[in-house]
Design a protein around this ligand. Structure first.
Ligand code: UT7
Length: 332
């Protein structure tokens, strides 16, 4: 084992979103809602919906293929695959193992980590630490979700908010110190677990005719409570990581928040006193894609030139659990 500290950088990113678009007006034809209500309360206009046969591992593999191309690496270069998802193809084997096979990666350790919408920030820190240890060279990290498979399409309070998609990044070492993934802060509070959860399908409520009738296999959420907690923990995580690194919010060139609700992001912007123009936003097009939300936005931000050399970027997330986390990046 080599314990020399080394930088861990993003070598390439990729994303994938299904072609099928469901607009707010489409939803208004099936539940009692309107484009005006959804857009003014959330900032969402439309979301992507995977086809019946398309799985989280399919979408993750497509995003990962693009990340490999961007990194100019081959499947054989990857020795670690970590997937963040709350909608795995099945309880086991892991979605990471399924993606591994789809991409022809033959010599890698593969695992899933579940931290809901904070999942990508969580797996970024896990992968970065494993690379820093010297034991692993190139990690493929993926956030992928087929949330359409766990939404109650009769519940207007939740089904209008979410969508499907995947984002991926390849992380690897760089001998130049002080660049790349500079720092992380993560947190969890299980006592707040009942604000956002899915009761069915695990060992507490395995699938039975009763569990289906009771609609336990759908996401449940107390939206207002989640909203308040989200604003609090995102601000806290952002302030904490800036303080840890002696930075002021104004030194951030780009902020990539979990794309759940534009009003949450606007409150974060005003509390941090960072203008909205610095925030990368795409929730209008995709809605909330949980663990895929930050990596899709990260891929789009990098490809559109939003992260220039020397720039500081902040990723900040919150999600079910409750979980939250922030990552501080400096583009090499
Ligand atoms: O990754 C984490 C995921 N979760 C989140 O980020 C969710 C955070 N929370 C939110 O984004 C907001 O709380 C929501 C967008 C979910 C809801 O917005 P709100 O301003 O907090 O609305 P509300 O829940 O207080 O509901 C206001 C009204 C209610 O009607 P009454 O009781 O005032 O008559 C709801 O029944 O809006 C009604 N309503 C709807 N009306 C039309 C709830 N959903 C809808 C809908 N269309 N889709």
């Amino acid at each position: 084992m080599n314990d020399t500290p080394r930088s861990v950088v993003i070598k390439g990113t990729g994303s994938y979103t299904p072609a099928n678009i469901k607009t707010n007006n489409d939803l208004a034809s099936t539940v009692d809602t309107s484009d005006e209500w959804i857009f003014t309360r959330t900032g969402i206009k439309e979301r992507r919906i995977a086809s019946e046969k398309e799985t989280a591992s399919d979408m993750g593999a497509s995003a990962a293929q693009r990340a490999l191309e961007a990194a100019k690496l081959e499947a054989s270069d990857i020795d670690l695959v970590i997937v963040a998802t709350i909608t795995p193809d099945m309880p086991f084997p892991s979605t990471a193992c399924l993606v591994q096979t789809k991409l022809g990666i033959t010599n890698a350790v593969c695992m899933d980590i579940e931290a809901a919408c904070s999942g990508f920030v969580y797996i970024m820190e896990v992968a970065a630490s494993m690379i820093r240890s010297g034991r692993y060279q190139h990690a493929l990290i993926i956030g992928t979700e087929k949330l359409s498979s766990i939404l109650d399409w009769e519940d207007r309070t939740t089904c209008v908010l979410f969508g499907d998609g995947a984002g991926a990044a390849i992380l690897g070492p760089l001998e130049t110190p002080g660049v790349g993934l500079l720092d992380f802060t993560l947190g969890s509070d299980g006592a707040q677990g009942d604000v956002l959860y899915m009761p069915g399908g695990g060992s507490a409520n395995p699938a039975t005719a009763d569990s289906l009738n009771d609609r336990l296999h759908f996401l449940k959420m107390r939206g207002r409570e989640v909203f308040k907690l989200a604003v609090k923990v995102m601000e806290q995580a952002a302030q904490e990581i800036l303080e840890q690194n002696g930075l002021e919010p104004d030194q951030l060139s780009c902020l990539i928040p979990h794309q759940a609700n534009l009003r949450i992001i606007e409150l974060l912007s005003s509390r941090l006193n960072v203008p909205m123009e610095r925030f990368y936003l795409n929730l209008e097009k995709y809605g909330n894609t949980s663990a895929a939300s930050i990596p899709i936005a990260l891929d789009e931000a990098i490809r559109s030139g939003r992260m220039a050399s020397g720039d500081y970027t902040l990723l900040v997330a919150f999600g079910a659990g409750l979980t939250w986390g922030a990552a501080l990046l400096k583009t090499p």
